[in-house]
Design a protein around this ligand. Sequence first.
Ligand SMILES: *Cc1c(COP(=O)(O)O)cnc(C)c1O
Length: 401
Amino acid sequence: MTADFTKRLTETLLDRLEVLAWGHPRPLALHEPEFSGAEWDYVRDTLDSGWVSSAGSYVERFESQVAQACGVAHGVAVSNGTSALQVALHVAGVGADSEVLMPSLTFVATANAVSHTGATPHFVDVEKTTLGICPKALADRLDAIGERRSEGLFNRETGRRIAAIVPVHIFGHPVDVDGLMAVANSYDVPVVEDAAEGLGSLYKGRPCGSYGTISALSFNGNKILTTGGGGVVVTDNADLAKRVKHLTTTAKRPHAWDFEHDAIAWNYRLPNLNAALGCAQMEQLPDRLARKARLARRYAELFRDFDGAAVFSASPDCVPNNWLNAIVLDEERAGARDALLDATNSAGFHTRPIWRPMHSLTMYADHPRGDLSVTNEMVSRVICLPSSAHLADTHNGVPQS
Ligand SMILES: *Cc1c(COP(=O)(O)O)cnc(C)c1O
């Protein structure tokens, strides 16, 4: 009977996607970039002026647009979201001989950024409601391994200092921020937000990116807004922002002609060319969020009373940016995931599973971890659906607004 149900589930899923996609050309991408504002003008301006590279006025403008959207005082533009996270961790005090508590259920960049600081990712479980780090699992883990010493909190099993907690706002859905901050504050461990997917998402009316000591955003081509490739570090802390700027621009002391560098640093600058694109994209953020919200509502309607799965929806207190829409298969239907992915992709709908969890990848297989049963379960139940904003623009061929 399971095979019959899987067949029926596949047919209904394809039916609903056909309704959603009516009038839209195939294949239907998972998430397409969209350039419908001043992109050409601003990019042409960088070419006309010759300011295409690491200096130029669009960089500062983009930085302040992103900081403002995140409700914080400072933004520093960098080459991508991974480098943004790495530098944010570094200035927050993460480095060799330390550990960072983070979800296993995330894109590989989170764990890589932690590793590149010299620290060890330590995996904790997520909650079903947000797919983000579970405050209870985090507290349980800290109770089990944490040891308070005068120099800070240590993992008594490995002897390493626990230097940060990195929550990830999955698909633009905020984590349980209050729950997380209560645990982080009680153990006095700084929070570095991986807000790569969270631009424009709100928790209790406050934007993602504003909760951590420091946070990282991504403007990769598949994110809600894009600079082609790019990232921004945001923080309210002026000193941290200054250090991020210095360390991502080769740590050169300002001087008319001398080359004095005072640290081993990086060239993680965002070119002015990309920042120009970013300025035009940021001007479209309110419109993009409104259309993404409309698309999320359409998905909710289409999958109401859907037998075998439910739309992954916002938690109370949250207004997500709806970057990616997803369905969660009923627990007993998890076995149907791959058949559904095969059938939808063959039919021209680019659906995707959630990432393989970090602890299942060879390079992170032996890393410290708590119980990851929710992570393991949800991996087999989540399917991401085509989520480009333009899908909200027509309904049965009729323009929407
Ligand atoms: C996209 C993403 C990143 C990395 O951003 P890049 O700009 O691609 O380097 C990090 N974490 C998460 C959760 C992401 O989705």
